[in-house]
Design a protein around this ligand. Structure first.
Ligand code: ASP
Length: 352
């Protein structure tokens, strides 16, 4: 796949594929019929068309490819390290990853790779690459083409972490897996597509992340995982709320609220929240709705949360909110600083 020469003297695009696992490379265990991760050679043997791309392609694979449900921040670090170590050598990166936690990895990586000026395209598939109707072959080929795309100035078209899946390219930290079995498995409900994949690849230039400086890549590895989700539901129990917020070392909570950012108005509930905030826990309000922003000042059921010290997560996805908390606490910021930064876009993850 790799080589050094080209036809016209112009250098061929150099792309590094980072294979972490996921359905795309899985094969069926004949003993019990379950899908299990398999190695990169198997995957690539099933995509003979890749040779038709006039690219230099090399690969790095996780020693043990994994189902993305088993991903941890340690695995995110590994992927980021590979990109950092190879940043100058390649024009772009394609990360092959399971779909289950792809939006978390994409969100975390958008914060871990500061000043990114090259494409990091994450893709995978719903059907393994060895299956006749696989979506993996098309996703992989298109991801490689997107990673090699340049704009009119010859700069990389994509200069951010993005998810390529079936018909669309989405901003990574704006995406959510919304279907467990559709080929179009991802959606970005609060941000336009970066590209529509049809007969051609049609980029939405106004939606692409651009920077007006030329800062070198900066990587960040020390995520702090003392965070969790509190998903509200009618009837949520007092002891549960108390217990969760009393977790030792807890630093941040993403509270998944109703509608525009509303929650129970019971005194005990708001008191527990207020006390947690006073102990220095940062609580961020994001909506359980897929689309729209929180506006906790619209209803009394939201103003109570704000009065208790819960901050607005605006239109953040829950994946972006939780990984952003990990990043900001990982930087060693004090709760007040984390609160400030949570309301400012750092990598295109929220409305400005
Ligand atoms: N369980 C798989 C994974 O996330 C699902 C997939 O890849 O589509 O690794």
């Amino acid at each position: 796949m790799s080589g050094t020469s080209d036809n016209n003297g112009a250098r061929r695009p150099r792309i590094l594929i980072v294979y972490t696992g996921g359905t795309i490379g899985m094969i069926e265990n004949p003993a019990n019929g379950t899908l299990e991760p398999f190695d990169f050679d198997h995957l690539i043997d099933n995509v003979p068309k890749i040779k038709m791309l006039d690219f230099e392609i090399e690969n790095y694979q996780f020693k043990i490819p994994i189902d993305s449900s088993a991903m941890t921040p340690l695995d995110w670090k590994k992927i980021v390290k590979v990109i950092e170590d190879n940043y100058d050598k390649y024009d772009g990166f394609v990360v092959l990853h399971g779909t289950d936690t792809m939006a978390y990895t994409a969100s975390a990586m958008s914060f871990m790779l500061q000043n990114l000026r090259k494409p990091v395209i994450i893709t995978g598939s719903q059907l393994p690459i060895g299956e006749v109707r696989t979506d993996g072959e098309e996703n992989l080929i298109t991801a490689l083409q997107v990673a090699a795309s340049r704009d009119r100035n010859g700069d990389p078209m994509i200069q951010e972490v993005a998810i390529l899946f079936e018909d669309y390219l989405w901003r990574g930290n704006r995406s959510t897996k919304h279907s467990s079995d559709n080929f179009n498995a991802f959606k970005s409900s609060n941000y336009p597509k970066l590209a529509k994949i049809g007969l051609g690849i049609s980029f939405d230039k106004d939606a692409l992340l651009r920077h007006n400086d030329n800062k070198p890549l900066e990587t960040f590895y020390d995520l702090d995982t003392n965070v969790f989700y509190m998903d509200l539901f009618p009837g949520i129990d007092k002891d549960l709320v108390k217990y969760m917020l009393a977790m030792p070392h807890l630093k941040g909570v993403v509270m998944k609220t109703f509608g525009m950012g509303n929650g129970p108005t019971d005194k005990w509930f708001l008191n527990e929240i207020k006390q947690a905030v006073q102990r220095g826990i940062v609580i961020v309000n994001v909506s359980q709705c897929m689309n729209g922003s929180v506006n906790p000042m619209r209803y009394k059921a939201g103003t109570g949360l704000t009065a208790a010290g819960v901050i607005s997560g605006h239109d953040l996805t829950s994946e972006a909110a939780i990984t952003k908390l990990m990043y900001l606490f990982g930087k060693g910021l004090a709760p007040e600083e984390v609160k400030e930064q949570m309301e400012v876009p750092l990598a295109g993850e929220m409305e400005g």
